[in-house]
Design a protein. Structure first.
Length: 444
């Protein structure tokens, strides 16, 4: 134990006594008559020399000192207990607490005990984390709360402990310039091109000293550019450094258009559709990733859409399209002697002239190449309720397809099978556009 009491009051009691882990001095509160809660042995705590930003801790013992006339309002009652708490702390970075349970037993002999008799003690933890260099002085005020020996009322006693330390700046000298790291936010497309607004901010760090000149405000790039340089410079005790990034931004899609081909909204009969279009494309910033391409062109009957597409180096795409219609031909029915609404009765082995016409709108087609296929096959005869019609005209000679310019009709001579009698047959003629007509026959 260090010096027990370095200073005493002339009358009454020392309020608080402290055992500290370092050299201590006394600054007790003097009571006119009565006990006191007091740091045992000393009332100051010297934490020694520490570095800024570091933490040091020590302990103090807090007890109650016997002083005054028993039975007065300022003396604790024997065979009771008193609690010790931290009433207040002053000094930047200083903290203190009393360990649990934090209570002191007032002994049964307390009434007859001589002045300066000490009770048992509680432990107080004192911690300092300084932020600035220099001489540190702070204080911790303790309070004991118990029962008065006179009338059983609540009795409190306070005492203050001074805490001192020497704080030094222990950081090593700075030997390196600040580290500068870019932070880029934006949507990155292809080939290093951004396809949205881009914000460049900076993280500047120096583990050895304070950065005194960051000079790096955030920069937002909101216009297309083939390469904008954004820079950051910073200075610390270790010197100056800089960093830069180049931002390429292209948010504009290429310009693309169709050249030639079917007109948007146009209608064309099969066989008269314009040739497939070509396309042109350009891009003012990043440039094209490749030539434009054409897709969707068709000459088949239907409603196709032809499209030109192009992509730039940043990944932006654009297209141009034209929807049009390809109309089917008008394939007229088989004319007489064939009845399209009845089961035609025909003699087996005879030749039946199949006569028809083909129109592309108002234009009659006369070239035999417009006919794609002519097929005949046996089918079921179906219901006997189907009307029948005897073929009354037969052809002789070859069966090749021809156009008869005199009658203005195509003629396909079909030689019927020679049997079996009663079998049914269907002929189907299809033109190049996919349009077809058919008729049914029964051999007799």
């Amino acid at each position: 134990m260090k010096n027990r009491l370095l200073r005493r009051a002339s009358v009454g009691a020392l309020a608080l006594t402290l055992f500290a882990g370092t050299t201590a001095a006394v600054a007790d509160v003097t009571e006119a008559d009565g006990d006191g809660v007091t740091p045992v042995a000393a009332s100051s705590l010297d934490l020694g020399t520490i570095c800024t930003g570091s933490t040091i801790s020590d302990t103090a013992l807090v007890a109650i000192s016997r002083n005054g006339n028993y039975g007065s309002t300022s003396v604790f009652k024997a065979e009771t207990s008193a609690s010790v708490t931290v009433l207040g702390v002053s000094g930047n970075g200083l903290s203190a607490s009393v360990r649990t349970p934090g209570t002191i037993a007032i002994p049964v002999t307390w009434a007859a005990a001589p002045n300066n008799t000490m009770t048992g003690s509680v432990i107080s933890d004192v911690t300092l984390t300084p932020s600035t260099a220099g001489a540190f002085t702070g204080s911790v005020t303790y309070r004991s709360t118990g029962t008065s020996s006179r009338d059983g009322s609540e009795l409190t006693k306070d005492d203050e402990m001074t805490v001192t330390a020497i704080v030094e700046d222990c950081l090593p000298s700075d030997t390196t310039a600040p580290a500068i790291t870019p932070n880029i936010t934006g949507t990155l497309g292809n080939n290093g091109w951004y396809v949205s607004n881009v914000t460049v901010s900076w993280t500047v760090t120096d583990s050895e000293s304070t950065v005194t000149s960051p000079g790096c405000p955030p920069t937002t790039i909101s216009a297309d550019t083939t390469g904008q340089v954004v820079s950051c410079s910073a200075t610390s005790a270790g010197g100056s450094s800089s960093n830069s990034v180049t931002i390429k931004r292209d948010t504009t899609a290429p310009s693309v258009s169709l050249v030639g081909g079917p007109a948007a909204g146009g209608s064309y009969y099969f066989g008269s559709v314009p040739a497939a279009p070509t396309c042109t494309a350009s891009d003012a910033t990043s440039g094209l990733a490749g030539p434009c391409s054409v897709s969707g062109y068709s000459t088949a009957v239907g409603s196709p859409t032809v499209m030109a597409s192009a992509t730039d180096l940043a990944g932006n795409s654009a297209s141009a399209s034209a929807a049009y219609q390809v109309l089917a031909w008008n394939l007229e029915r088989f004319y007489q002697p064939v009845d399209m609404n009845a089961l035609n009765i025909v003699k087996g082995g005879s030749t039946v002239p199949l006569k028809f016409e083909v129109f592309a709108g108002p234009t009659e087609l006369t070239d035999v190449s417009v006919v794609d296929t002519f097929k005949a096959g046996q089918v079921g005869c179906g219901s006997t309720a189907v009307p029948t019609d005897d073929i009354e005209q037969y052809s002789t000679g070859g069966t090749a397809l021809r156009y008869d310019s005199t009658s203005g009709q195509f003629v396909q001579n079909w030689q019927t099978p020679k049997g079996p009698a009663g079998s049914c047959w269907r002929v189907r003629l299809t033109t190049d556009d996919g349009t077809f007509i058919s008729a049914d026959f029964k051999l007799k």
